[in-house]
Design a protein around this ligand. Structure first.
Ligand code: GAR
Length: 219
C-alpha cells in the first residue's frame, strides 16, 4: 500500500522531526517523509533532514512581506512534494486561516502540555507555577486558534516537586516523540476521523486512548 506523504514543518533543533524521520525511515511504517521544511535557515533540524537523506527546504519568513505570501510559498512547496499530511514539529510561526483552512483535517501539531491547559510559550514554567501535578503532551489537528483543535492523542507525565522547567521539558519531550509517531501511524492507517469537533480512532487497543509512558496504565 502507498505510504502517506508527510511534510514536516519545524523552526529549531528538531527532535520531534528526528523522531518522525526515524519512524519514516522504516519501510514498514505507513508514512514517509516527502519534505522537511524550515522557516529559519539556522534551524538545527536541517542537519537532521540532511542526515536522513530526505528532501529539505528553507522558506525563510523574513523574506516575505506578509504572512499570506509566506504561507502561499509553504503550501506551494508542500503541494509540489505531494504532501498529504502536514506535521508541525516545533514550528514557531502562527499560521493564519488561509493556511489552516487549506489543510483542514490534513495538518497536525504537537504541543508540550495537556491542552487546553497551557497553550503558547513557556508552557513548563507556567505549569510548575500553577502547581498542577501532571504535565504532558498533546497531538491535535490544526485549527485557526493557536495550540487548539481536535485532540488525537495525549500523554501524561508527573510533575515532581524537584522539577524545574528544563527537567520537566526533557521528561515531556520523551513522551512527545512517542505519541507523535503513534498519532501519525493512526492517521496513515486511515483510522482517525473527526466528528463534531472530536477525534475518533478506530480499533483502539487498551493503551490507545490514554498514553502513559514507562508502562503506566490508567487506574
Ligand atoms: C517541542 O516541545 C514542541 O512540542 C514545541 O516546541 C518544541 C520543539 O522541540 N511546540 C510548541 O510549543 C508548539 N506550540 P523540537 O524542535 O526538539 O521538536
Amino acid at each position: 500500500m502507498a505510504r502517506l506523504k508527510l511534510g514536516i514543518l519545524f523552526s529549531g533543533r528538531g527532535t520531534n522531526l528526528q523522531a518522525l524521520l526515524d519512524a519514516t525511515a522504516d519501510p514498514a511504517f505507513p508514512a514517509e517523509t516527502a519534505l522537511a521544511l524550515a522557516n529559519r535557515p539556522d534551524a538545527g533540524g536541517l542537519k537532521r533532514a540532511a542526515g536522513a537523506g530526505v528532501p529539505a527546504q528553507v522558506i525563510d519568513h523574513k523574506r516575505y512581506p506578509d504572512r499570506p505570501t509566506f504561507e502561499t510559498a509553504l503550501t506551494e512547496a508542500l503541494t509540489a512534494a505531494g504532501v498529504e499530511l502536514v506535521c508541525l514539529a516545533g514550528f514557531m510561526r502562527l499560521l493564519t486561516p488561509n493556511f489552516v483552512n487549506r489543510w483542514a483535517g490534513k495538518a497536525i501539531n504537537i504541543h508540550p502540555s495537556l491542552l487546553p491547559a497551557f497553550p503558547g510559550l513557556n508552557t513548563h514554567a507556567r505549569a510548575i507555577e500553577a502547581g498542577v501535578r501532571f504535565a504532558g503532551a498533546t497531538v491535535h489537528f490544526l485549527s485557526t486558534e493557536m495550540d487548539a483543535g481536535p485532540i488525537i492523542l495525549q500523554a501524561a507525565t508527573p510533575i515532581l516537586p524537584t522539577d524545574d522547567a528544563d527537567i520537566l521539558a526533557a521528561r515531556v519531550l520523551r513522551a512527545e516523540h512517542e505519541i507523535y509517531i503513534r498519532a501519525v501511524r493512526w492517521i496513515a492507517e486511515g483510522r482517525v476521523r473527526i466528528e463534531n469537533g472530536r477525534v475518533h480512532v478506530a480499533d483502539v487497543t487498551d493503551d490507545a486512548a490514554y498514553y502513559l509512558p514507562a508502562g503506566q496504565r490508567p487506574v
